[in-house]
Design a protein around this ligand. Sequence first.
Ligand SMILES: [Zn+2]
Length: 461
Amino acid sequence: MTKITFHGAARTVTGSKYLLEAGGVRVLVDCGLFQGIKKLRLRNWEPTPFAVDQLDAVVLTHAHLDHTGYLPRLVKEGYRRKIHATPATRALAEIILLDSAKCQESDAKYANRKGYSKHEPALPLYDGRDVELTLKQFHETPRGKWYSPAEPIWMRHHDAGHLLGSSMIEVEIRDQNPPLRLLFSGDVGRYDGPLYFDPAPAPECDYLICESTYGDRDHPETDILDSLEKVVHRAVDRGGVMLIASFAIGRAQQLIYLLQVLKQEKRIPDLAIYLDSPMSCNATTVYRQFQDDHDLSEGELDAAHPVLAGPRVHLCRTTEESKALNHLQGPAIILASSGMMTGGRIVHHLKQRLPHANNTIVLGGYMAAGTRGRRLQDGAETLRMHGIEIPVLAAIETVSGLSGHADRSGLLRWLEPLTKPRKVFLTHGEPHSSDALADQLHHQHGWDVHCPELGETAELV
Ligand SMILES: [Zn+2]
């Protein structure tokens, strides 16, 4: 009997964890952290909902925290077997998990200082040592090759086009003839997204477990190069610094690539770019290592403008390098995280640049309610930072079109060639998104679609 249990990313977008049981073995697909509202985050602290010592393997679709961030906790609870991932996923997961441990440790410290934890003293969900142990358990699995994490389960990774190293996972349960076939979509990337290849064609399957983040909507039609070009021109006319709020992993690298293309095509001046985030610098180094994974079809680059390097691209790792940027005269570009301006080095840059009308602050897309990014997007006249109200005189611009997820049309395009599976499970979406896509697949294709609840088990026969 083959069974799957949805221990995360069910009726929500985070905490991806799918337990696959077949032929007496158990394999966990993804091991993500719940993020967002408190009710979800508290789930990370509940006892692991399956027996860790009976788990035979973990496999990862990609490195994002909502797919990997629970791994160190699993290891802390005694998991000692392999964690299968593509080489680029392993490299990015190392950066993401070490950063996550730091956040967990500082959260615990903060709780102790404020005395609001139920535990005395408050402990982190995991720490750097747990991450070091976790990293030792990684086992690199190249895309396109069959392997068995535990017999009779066989798997093969294909490019999902969502992040460097990201994969969809094709599964065969080989204790029957013909084998039972499953497909885990992972996070499906966008068609024609900069720096990533298109998602690979979906392999035929009996059961499909598919994400549905944007199952109810389409991204606005924008040519990202055109809109970025216009924003840069306006920033150059203002004469000051262009400060881009950017997620450390993935988004920052896509932006540097697009800026290099615009520079090489002489659509914008050859401005200096400063990447001011140690985590983002480390990720950029990983991106440079995996050049063959880049889709450079937005523009062929010459030697003067390599994709993520070159004399005008500066990686600022140290605090001194970051502070030196306070004296930077425009026009120039600073990319800093966090993407929604909730913390990180961008806060210092905002303090420095917001009160001057010659500067430009660029928001990189979706800003969640309650974040500084959203307040700027909503036209705030002042912004509170480190206890002080800072006047907003700089121009505020938004560059959208860099979401890493396929929208509804993209998902339908990816699913289009598939022969009707026996059943489709829609995960990794808020209920309104998953339900809308379920309706569409049911009515347009006649597919049997189900949106599982958290903790639900389905038998696959
Ligand atoms: Zn993702």
